[in-house]
Design a protein around this ligand. Structure first.
Ligand code: VGL
Ligand code: ZN
Length: 197
């Protein structure tokens, strides 16, 4: 068994004061830094949107943040502008250790969002992370970060679908919890064999 820690989107915009702040989002930083000591391989993801991204409510007249909209690939939540490439909000939290092996950016295609670290929200366009993990012989993943019910859950579910052994450590995650999304996604993950601890 070769394992890796996958640190999802611990960026300023998802922390208190950020554009899409997750309650207590910054509280994941200390436990994640501590967990990094226990893993030989650490991979970080960074939500990385161009200005005017199609997941931003501001790109769609008549839509407000947290509405949903039908896109060519299915339902998409409309978010406040966040994690714009090169902005302060897109930077990692200043206390997060970022000396991992690899940083994977996602959500940079204007027309499609990417919650998962593996596939864009069309569920078919790969980010390349699967190939990276396989060529390094990694079979077991522990996921932590933000947000539990969006990018962490989508990444965990895709990882299971691809055959990885997957654990999510909730003490080092925080959720957005939009209309019960946290309970729904915890149940989805359990049903698909994600170990929740
Ligand atoms: C995320 C909403 C939009 C996340 C990213 O990291 O969970 N959520 N973009
Ligand atoms: Zn995003």
């Amino acid at each position: 068994m070769t394992q890796a820690l996958l640190v999802i989107d611990v960026q300023n915009d998802f922390c208190p004061g950020g554009a899409l702040a997750v309650t207590e989002g910054d509280e994941v930083v200390a436990p994640i830094n501590a967990m990094m000591e226990r893993f030989d391989t650490v991979i970080l993801t960074q939500d990385w949107h161009p200005k005017g991204h199609s997941s931003f409510a501001s790109s769609h007249p008549g839509h407000a943040p947290f509405d949903t909209m039908e896109m060519y690939y299915g339902q998409q939540v409309m978010w406040p502008d966040h994690c714009v490439q090169g902005s302060q909000g897109a930077e990692f939290h200043p206390r997060l250790r970022t000396d991992g092996d690899m940083i994977i950016r996602k959500g940079f295609r204007p027309e499609v969002d990417s919650y998962s670290a593996f596939f864009e929200n069309d569920q078919t366009t790969p980010t390349g992370l699967e190939g990276y993990l396989r060529t390094r012989g990694i079979s077991d993943l522990t996921l932590v970060g933000l947000a539990t019910d969006f990018c962490v859950a989508f990444s965990a579910l895709d990882a299971r679908r691809l055959g990885f052994s997957v654990e999510v450590e909730l003490a080092a995650c925080r959720a957005i919890d939009l209309d019960g999304s946290l309970a729904t996604q915890l149940e989805n993950m359990r049903q698909k064999g994600v170990k929740i601890s």
